[in-house]
Ligand binder design. Structure first.
Ligand code: NAI
Length: 338
């Protein structure tokens, strides 16, 4: 076994944090023979709760967990980090405008981008879960520029990806493991475009296009998309709390595929800094279909997927929203200089 990886979880006293730390600590992300040190970061008022999570992790008696550090100071939290799960964010409070929420989060992710640049390893891989995830990742990447390549920043659309695969599996009547290559395009928001048109399904032992297995185009262009887009809201309505178990699992899936690579012939959805592929403006943090090479740990956007007029209009709508978020975030960055 190798030297421990230092893995940071921010918002570790929160509900996703509580669900994610065990999965990371027991080897679901980096493997059963990779020692890790978990660094838990939250804000000072939650220091005691965070300490409680640390004590429970010790009590899990996990062979892969070589240390747990609970901190409320960014400089200590980001020191020598290999993988960062940025989950902590400012939640929307009653009466808060979207712009106020964005400004509060810009402050957090500007500061964490700088902390990554100043304290983490230059090879650090960053996953932003805290909302608005895509734009928070854009801000963190901007303030780490020069030290950490923008390719090392990502935002989570894997939960949406998993939801899309699950919906197709339920519709076709196969286990979810028989569904691959669904795609989430764009923003982790209600403008995202869950796309089944490149997906494959194994049915009765044969791999076929998901579109033929589903055989219901109005569902593919209607209920399928809206169910995935609105799933987060439905979970809140039922549970009176937002998705945490499934969000934590998705965060682990995202990082495991980044660390080990995607299986051959399969792509996953990751929001990453656009290089202009599919006409998406460069620099936007946009969810694309990607493959990852496990040895270089570099992702590549899957090229050449056919985008019809319906899909193009969906891609454009989520692009427009992300451009607005980016412009508001950059304006808030300017204001926070004063
Ligand atoms: P939560 O409110 O239970 O926990 C958030 C934690 O972050 C709290 O303990 C809070 O103190 C902490 N925090 C706030 N500011 C911080 C800072 N500057 N540094 C470190 N910690 C900080 O929320 P929950 O349910 O765990 O969700 C976390 C975030 O994930 C939310 O923004 C939520 O909207 C987002 N989310 C994103 C999903 C995605 O698919 N991208 C899916 C589900 C949730």
């Amino acid at each position: 076994s190798s030297a421990p990886l230092r893995v940071l979880v921010t918002g570790a006293a929160g509900q996703i944090g509580y669900a994610v730390v065990l999965q990371i600590a027991k080897g679901d992300v980096f493997g059963n023979d990779q020692p890790i040190v978990l660094v838990l970061l939250d804000i000072p008022p939650l220091a005691a709760a965070l300490e409680g999570v640390k004590l429970e992790l010790q009590d899990c008696a996990l062979p892969t967990l070589h240390g747990v550090e609970a901190v409320t100071d960014e400089a200590a939290g980001f020191k020598d980090i290999d993988y960062a799960f940025l989950i902590g964010a400012m939640p929307r409070k009653e009466g808060m405008e979207r712009k106020d929420l964005l400004a509060a989060n810009v402050r957090i992710f500007k500061s964490q981008g700088q902390a990554l640049a100043n304290h983490s390893k230059p090879t650090v891989k960053v996953l932003v879960v805290g909302n608005p995830a895509n734009t928070n990742a854009l801000v963190a990447a901007k303030y780490a520029a020069g030290k950490i390549p923008e390719q090392n920043f990502s935002a989570m659309t894997r939960l949406d990806h998993n939801r899309a695969a699950a919906q197709i599996a339920l519709k076709v009547g196969v286990p979810v493991g028989n569904v691959k290559n669904v795609t989430i395009w764009g923003n982790h928001s209600s403008t995202q475009f869950p796309d089944a048109s490149h997906a494959k399904v194994v049915k009765d032992g044969n791999e076929i296009d998901a579109i033929s297995a589903i055989n219901d185009n109005s569902w593919v262009q209607g209920d399928f998309i809206s169910t995935v887009q609105k799933r987060g809201g439905v979970i809140i309505e039922k549970r009176k709390l937002s998705s945490a178990m499934s969000a934590a699992k998705a965060a682990c899936d995202h990082m495991r595929d980044w660390h080990f690579g995607t299986p051959s012939g399969q792509h996953v959805s990751m929001a990453i800094v656009s290089d202009g592929s599919y006409g998406v403006p460069k620099g936007l943090v946009y969810s694309f279909p990607v493959t990852v090479d496990g040895s270089s740990k570099q992702w590549k956007i899957v090229q050449g997927l056919k985008i019809d007029d319906f899909a193009q209009s969906k891609l454009n709508a989520t692009t427009k929203e992300l451009e607005e978020e980016r412009d508001d975030a950059l304006a808030a960055c300017e204001e926070s200089k004063q």
